[in-house]
Design a protein around this ligand. Sequence first.
Ligand SMILES: O=C(O)CCC(=O)C(=O)O
Ligand SMILES: [Fe+2]
Length: 195
Amino acid sequence: MLSARSLTGKPIGIVEDFITEQERKQLLFHAKSPKAQWDTSLPTTDVWHGRMINPSKMPAKTLKLMEKIRRRAAKTITAHYGIVDSVYADTLQLVRWRPGDSQAPHADCEHPNGKSNEFPWRAFASIIYLNDEFTGGEIHFPVLGMQPTIKPRMLAYFPSTAAYLHGVKKITSGMRYTHSCFYTFDPTHHDGHSV
Ligand SMILES: O=C(O)CCC(=O)C(=O)O
Ligand SMILES: [Fe+2]
């Protein structure tokens, strides 16, 4: 089975206008709604507590759109990376970043020294940015020396290995929203939503 290693050397992908304005508005509307069920299954001390909405907590219409966008992202990424093997995904989340939130540089499947982290099956990620009404919150790739400017409706994707170390700078004001997914070649980590 392929792993993230098979993607070594592939470029970071940035696609502006990846989702439509209507799709962006629909996802943001749900994320900002008082009905949005921000996950509280993690302990309050966990930095991800209250930060994401998982598929089981989404209204059917929102989930359908989330899945449709993920299928589109997977298609775009596999075409660009020349992946012919089957791809699955373990995550389909709406994520919010509040003032003060940040993420230290990390890789999605391994530690910076190349040792596996708790998600060794992950091969690549897609992040779709839903707004820009915040300051700070830049995604940056310290090893590759990249800091793409976040634009609403933009897709960013990159392999999960330490060559693609990335972090999110501290949000200094406003709320940052994303559609976030991780993909794998390992069918045992398929989340059951079609890719
Ligand atoms: O939101 C972003 O720009 C990146 C998030 C990220 O790297 C992650 O959740 O692992
Ligand atoms: Fe990440």
